[in-house]
Design a binder for this molecule. Structure first.
Ligand SMILES: Nc1ncnc2c1ncn2[C@@H]1O[C@H](COP(=O)(O)OP(=O)(O)OP(=O)(O)O)[C@@H](O)[C@H]1O
Length: 319
């Protein structure tokens, strides 16, 4: 296997930008953005050892860029399991980021249940220029490319390996120029599809959505591991469906427990970004294609606060 592919498939693959070999001297250019000095040294040493292990290699030069990639900043939204509200949170965060003045795109890579066309109220198929897809504008200021736009409505996407990867690459490689931020709604879980998508799209950071109960948090831990393995900084954990105010008696209750995600975030060493209550109005508005983040009220405020915290975390990891 050529050295470039070998390093690309290794644990630091997501950071490798180019590999040149000349007269036994290997020059590796890797993305060092978001890493502290110790992490940069470790990355450099790992790349050096991996290249030196190859027969015929006499010397290795590793250059780490700290410069931000040109083009939009990618934020992956993931969850360890399905149904925790990842897509709903991703759609509302994208809208909240747009309201903060960012030019935002949404890549709906959830091949198991692409719901962004519904959540963002986009029903048109994307245009294309040659082979490049043109994102479709939504009424809420967020442009969209979704796997759901590539297949007819209601079709179960039983895609595997290369087919899924091919479709997902098309979304990531769409015409996103001029956008500041792309939110990627990942498929739930931590399998190969998620891994290769993260490696390919190289997000600047990841947000994990979890519900408060233990089982969901165990899965969220796996999602955090996936991002750590691929050198993607975890921007934080959002606890969704946290508490519930009874519409009849007004009493608050916590059907899934309370404070679990915040405690788990502390133990796992990732920022806790905030919690969103279980809310019938949030579900109804989101599912009807009117993300509450686009309106006024407590839900819009909550998503604006989350979006601001995410931007602050992005600044921290990029520093
Ligand atoms: N805070 C909330 N309160 C009430 N309902 C919610 C909340 N968050 C999400 N939901 C609802 O839960 C359902 C599942 O949400 P969503 O599709 O966003 O989950 P998901 O984690 O993306 O699932 P999957 O990845 O399996 O598609 C939706 O009907 C959504 O409206």
């Amino acid at each position: 296997m050529p050295l470039e592919e070998q390093l690309g498939a290794g644990p630091d693959g997501a950071r490798v930008r180019s590999v040149r070999v000349k007269d036994g001297i290997v020059t590796v250019l890797a993305d060092g953005s978001g890493l502290g000095t110790a992490e940069r040294n470790t990355l450099e040493q790992r790349l050096r050892s991996a290249a030196l292990a190859e027969p015929g290699v006499r010397d290795v030069r590793v250059a780490l860029t700290a410069v931000k990639q040109t083009g939009p900043t990618l934020i992956a939204v993931g969850s360890g399991k399905g149904g925790v509200g990842k897509s709903t949170v991703a759609a509302n965060l994208a809208v909240a980021l747009a309201r903060l003045g960012k030019r935002v795109g949404m890549i709906d890579a959830d091949i198991y249940g692409p719901s962004q066309p519904t959540l963002l109220g986009v029903h048109a198929r994307p245009e294309a220029e040659g082979k490049q897809l043109i994102p479709t504008p939504s009424p809420h200021g967020v442009d969209l490319l979704s796997v759901g736009q590539l297949v007819s409505a209601g079709h179960a996407l039983a895609w595997r390996g290369p087919m899924a990867s091919g479709a997902l690459s098309q979304l990531v490689e769409g015409d996103w120029k001029g956008r500041d931020i792309l939110v990627i709604d990942l498929p739930p879980g931590t399998g190969d599809v998620q891994l290769s998508l993260v490696q390919k799209s190289k997000p600047a950071g990841a947000v994990i959505v979890s519900t408060p109960q233990d089982l969901s948090l165990i899965d969220a831990t796996r999602a955090i591991d996936l991002f750590r393995k691929t050198n993607v900084p975890v921007l934080g954990l959002i606890e969704n469906m946290a508490g519930y105010d009874c519409p009849h008696c007004g009493q608050p209750s916590d059907p899934f427990g309370q404070g679990g995600a915040e405690a788990a975030a502390r133990v796992l060493g990732v920022p806790f970004l905030g919690r969103l209550p279980l809310s019938a109005s949030l579900r109804e508005a989101s599912d009807a294609g009117s993300p509450p983040a686009a309106g006024d009220g407590p839900a819009a405020d909550a998503f604006r606060d989350l979006a601001q915290r995410i931007l602050a975390q992005l600044d921290t990891v990029a520093a």
